[in-house]
Design a binder for this molecule. Structure first.
Ligand code: NDP
Ligand code: PMR
Length: 397
């Protein structure tokens, strides 16, 4: 493909590795205890995960002690993994949370990060600026606002020959001040198209690749939001509400139908919140349909209020000035990009966060816990309908 041919050096490295046959696809079933992933003590050192001093991690010597009898039996998968990095795709890794998590994972030395970004040069520059080791990342083009680009990305990724161990659906756009909707390549309202539909197609297509990975902790993570939590913060108007999904079923095109999922008047802030509820419903529907069959962990998280990111770039200047101090000193919900990145990296790689169907959040002591979702964001009937309607819109049904 022309796109691949145009990738700079950090990208071509992937193809060299491929041609040398390192990523052979022999699939060996992991022994049950491998639900716990090996980690070098350095990987979870207080330096790289200082946000959570109490985070427990089974280090190699401990694990060998626990697992001594089984150890010999899995010599083959160990050999397959020895010296090989785990492989994670992060969408929207060119800024904010995605970049911060990419940095933590790439710098751990245990991960190769595929930065799936719409702006190639921005992603390359960002990776260099935060000091990601060149051999630990690859930038690949992905525009979630075009279903064709999503399909092209999947093809390019497969051609790279890398295994897929973890997929992180992180990218998002937010248009709080827009008076009129804008639309994706296929004519869907742009925030739902980018945040939900693009990721829905991406995750559905890459499920096969996750299944094929021999990694002991295969995960699909979809970043959530405060919107799905039933607290004061989750109830600031305009509230997310998918209604009876009449807008979604009529394709959100703003011509014959409303651009809003519930069929109502366009509201940019609500469209974002609705899209994030779709993200959380999708994660749970994946869990119900595929967790038992595949062993893949499906999870979502609320990383905290990362008030300084590009997510608020479209907001009025006054909001952008006041929002960080408001969150820091008044709500105390503020989290820095670095700390939020560590949280997402933890959901990617911490052997203790392997439970599926969970919405991770962090408490005041910076410990992770399983949060409760709001009524709508945990409604299985709605999840099923959003799944089925989305399948139609992205051309899977
Ligand atoms: P940023 O704007 O910093 O990052 C969003 C990323 O998504 C950017 O890299 C952006 O690319 C990318 N992106 C946007 N549109 C597309 C597209 N069409 N195709 C591919 N990539 C695209 O925001 P955050 O880091 O804050 O957001 C990351 C996630 O965190 C989102 O899912 C958001 O909902 C969630 N979140 C954020 C919170 C916060 O307080 N900030 C709170 C709760 C959840 P580009 O760099 O080219 O613009
Ligand atoms: Mg909210 C009480 C704590 C709290 C927390 C943790 C957040 C997080 N917010 C809180 C409270 C409030 N906020 C209150 C009391 C108000 C009214 C003054 C308020 C307002 C507000 C606005 C206008 N908050 C916002 C906005 C946004 O535009 C942000 C948004 O909804 O973006 C989609 C936002 C957020 N507040 C948060 C978080 C995490 C956001 C970012 C959105 C997200 O989670 O996806």
């Amino acid at each position: 493909s022309m796109r691949i041919a145009a990738l700079p050096s950090s990208s071509t490295a992937a193809f060299q590795e491929n041609s040398s046959g390192m990523w052979s696809s022999s699939i060996v079933k992991a022994s049950p205890f491998l639900g716990v992933r090996l980690c070098e003590p350095k990987h979870f050192s207080s330096q790289s995960f200082s946000f959570n001093p109490k985070a427990k991690c089974i280090t190699k010597p401990q694990l060998q002690a626990i697992a001594a009898p089984v150890e010999t039996k899995r010599a083959a998968p160990e050999a397959r993994r020895a010296g090989l990095k785990s492989s994670v795709i992060i969408t929207g890794a060119s800024s904010g949370l995605g970049l911060a998590a990419a940095k933590v994972l790439a710098q751990s030395g245990e991960w190769h990060v595929i930065m799936a970004c719409r702006d190639f040069l921005k992603a390359e520059k960002a990776a260099m600026a935060v000091g990601m080791p060149r051999e630990n990342y690859t930038v690949m083009h992905l525009d979630l606002a075009s279903l064709e680009s999503v399909r092209q990305f999947v093809e390019n990724f497969r051609r790279s020959g890398r295994p897929l161990d973890v997929l992180v659906c992180n990218a998002a756009v937010y248009f709080p001040t827009a008076k009129e909707p804008t639309f994706s390549a296929e004519g869907f309202e742009l925030s739902v198209a980018t945040n939900h539909l693009g990721h829905f197609l991406l995750a559905r297509l890459l499920l096969d690749d996750l299944k094929a990975s021999d990694h002991s902790a295969r995960r699909l993570i979809i970043v959530g939001s405060i919107t799905g939590i039933n607290t004061l913060a989750g109830n600031i108007p305009p509230k997310a509400n998918l209604g009876d999904l009449r807008g979604l079923s009529a394709a959100l095109n703003g011509v014959q139908s409303s651009p809003m999922i519930d069929g109502g008047q366009f509201d940019g802030a609500k469209a974002y919140k609705d899209s994030k509820v779709c993200n959380m419903l999708t994660m749970q529907e994946f869990h119900r349909r595929f967790h038992e069959k595949t062993g893949i962990t499906f999870a979502s998280l609320y990383p905290g209020c990362i008030a300084t990111t590009g997510l608020f770039r479209e907001h009025i200047p006054l909001f952008r000035t006041l929002f960080p101090p408001f969150q820091k000193y008044i709500t105390k919900g503020f989290v820095s990009e670095d700390d939020a990145g560590k949280r997402l990296a933890q959901v990617v790689s911490d052997p203790y966060l392997s439970k599926s169907g969970v919405y991770w959040s962090w408490n005041k002591d910076l410990n992770s816990f399983e949060n409760q979702l709001s009524e709508e964001a945990s409604d299985p009937e709605k999840a099923k309908r959003v799944w089925e309607l989305s399948e139609k819109l992205v051309g899977l049904a």
